[in-house]
Design a protein around this ligand. Structure first.
Ligand code: SF4
Length: 278
């Protein structure tokens, strides 16, 4: 019988997210095993019998090309739906902000998302205009619904590196979020300000520190993000630098992979906004 990412996570892995395999979560490790052929023996908590038994099944599905990387989004979406389906929609409003509205006896959750509002009806997600989201965006939103946190932001800010279990994701945050923003807006603070305001950002002065400019965004009501930006100074030999700061409660509302996705989404909206994001 083939083993999907969900099967591995649910039935085989310890689900402790200890990070000893070099992945921040067991589900991330399962994804690499299924899609990229990573050996299950990288998890030190599985018995050799379990590794051997599963490897036979995995080798068969690798040979057939089943669940290759191109199917990862679908598998992740199935997993995220399964996670989110255990959550009671009646708790969404109190936990996440937004508003739960009854529409012909069906609860529809209105969740503010950057400058838009998402409508979530029986875990189907559209924008207010009825546009569908990409599968990875849906995974991201469903993980936010499923994370289960209840705390409101405290106003105590942390860099990504200070959040728990981020070691293996720091490079992603730098390479796909902070450096693209720094490159795109080096010597162009006016354009950065224009794009940031378009995404609902406000100029942040209280927590800007030594940055030349800072913006506060609210991608979700309970998930604020600050972008700090230092412009290039050629005379001093400094290149532009960008850094995201998260409220200390962010991991109540998003798993670490979703925090990176959030950073990537913000970077993409600033650097290359799509027409509907303007
Ligand atoms: S080593 Fe990886 S797969 Fe194993 S329990 Fe820890 S995080 Fe999960």
């Amino acid at each position: 019988m083939a083993l999907s990412v969900v099967d591995l996570y649910r039935d085989i892995l310890p689900k402790t997210n200890c990070g000893e395999c070099g992945h921040p979560t067991c589900i991330a490790f399962a994804g690499q095993v299924v899609a990229d052929g990573l050996s299950l023996s990288e998890c030190p908590y599985l018995s050799s019998e379990t590794v051997e038994r599963c490897s036979i099944e995995l080798e068969e599905q690798y040979a057939k090309g089943k669940w290759t990387r191109r199917d990862m989004a679908e598998d992740a979406l199935a997993w995220a739906r399964e996670r989110a389906s255990s959550m009671d929609p009646a708790t969404f409003q109190a936990r996440l902000g937004g508003e739960l509205v009854m529409d012909r006896d069906v609860p529809v959750f209105h969740l503010p998302y950057f400058t838009d509002t998402l409508l979530i009806r029986e875990l189907a997600i559209t924008t207010r205009e009825g546009l569908a989201l990409t599968r990875w965006e849906q995974v991201f939103i469903l993980n936010h619904l499923a994370q289960g946190g209840t705390r409101r932001p405290t106003g105590r800010w942390k860099g990504f590196i200070e959040l728990p279990n981020t070691t293996s994701k720091i490079k992603n945050m730098v390479d796909s979020v902070e450096e693209p923003i720094a490159r795109a807006f080096s010597d162009n603070l006016l354009l950065l300000k224009e794009r940031a305001l378009d995404q609902g950002g406000t100029v942040e002065t209280e927590n800007a520190g030594s940055a030349d400019i800072a913006f506060l965004f609210s991608p979700f009501p309970r998930v604020p993000v600050i972008l700090l930006f230092w412009d290039a100074d050629m005379e001093e030999g400094f290149e532009a630098k960008a850094k995201l700061m998260f409220d200390e409660t962010v991991t109540d509302h998003l798993d670490i992979e979703s925090v990176v996705f959030l950073g990537e989404e913000l970077a993409s909206r600033l650097v290359e906004p799509k027409p509907q994001q303007l």
